[in-house]
Design a protein around this ligand. Sequence first.
Ligand code: SAH
Length: 390
Amino acid sequence: MNSLKPVDATRSRGRVAPELHPVSRTPEEWKSILEGMGERSFRAKQIFQWIHRGGVLDAEAMTDLSKELRHKLNDAGLSTPAEVAEVQRSADGTRKLLLRLTDGYSVECVLIPMTRDTDEAEEDDEEGSLSGQQRVTLCISTQVGCAMGCVFCASGKAGLKRALGAAEIVSQVLIAKKYLEPGETLRNLVFMGMGEPLHHYEETVRSIRLITHADGIAMSPRRITVSTVGLVPGIRKLGQDFAGKLGLAISLHAPDNETRSSILPMNERYPLSELMAALREYPLPPRRRITIEYTLLQGSNDSAEHALRLVKLLRGLRCKVNLIPMNPIDASDLQPPSEEVVERFRGILAEHRVSCSVRKRRGDDVDAACGQLALKQPLVRLRRGDDVPA
Ligand code: SAH
């Protein structure tokens, strides 16, 4: 039963063994553990449902289990891998949850009510409208800090502290659901918080399998979007593993290698030719598009020439472009372009029939906007003895 104890993540800078935390177990894994304990295997589904559907981690509250099994589960340490340390609410309704992990690190997730003017237009309308319900998007993190080093991103500036285990990723959803307000429904999940989801591919994929499991949160993969800086092998594998059903967002940010490498160091490893080949081969279902994220940085990637090169690069790719005027961060002097320059860029794309929108800033009064999920507070709370990020 020792194996049910939460992993001591402090020992692990890179991987956190997922099978060691009960929240990261699939029903099948629960089954073999229970059988090893001499328990009936159908209990596996019950326990999984309590945790993932009910958000319950107190075994005493699992009322359909025997007293004996409840005690065994409690003794084995059925504890939460993350606890809410702070909640901040923005004037626009965005809620940022600061979660403390068992080893002292913190990460954040952000609940973002969707607005009619922007997000609804991007929604596919296969399911009709959810009458009277306010749809909410949840943005979650996959790492404490990030190793990708993108020059305009606060998480990148912090450097990688460690990967999150699948239990810690799933827990963000379980916890955030408790912060939905009456009339709100969790509609979309985006892996766009701190960290690079495809850097620790196995943890991310395990978390998605848990989140989409019919006995758990049961979220449709079509409502989940994984955003990546462009780790090509991971993109290819994700396409295969989920048959293209997962939403894919690519942080492109530049239409040529020279510009892109100056912003995203990872471009040296996976240059545009390789990335674009992987995108063209991604098994997109009909009517679905890849999201191309393009953060506009004044004087770096925002010229008319860049826009025209982008049009050319994306030709023939089923995609929509999301322009994000950079959110300024303390750790960088880079700035967003003026509104006129943003509009010129958007206009050039539109003129060439590239589908495109300008992302609205949400929650920036609580530093929940893109790239601000770290540092200021500092939100990557450092444990004693850690270096303070530059
Ligand atoms: N590692 C993933 C998720 C990162 S965050 C990725 O690279 O896609 C999600 C998006 O926010 C990315 O497109 C990222 O480039 C962008 N972003 C990061 N910092 C930003 C900032 N300061 N202003 C605007 N967008 C930013």
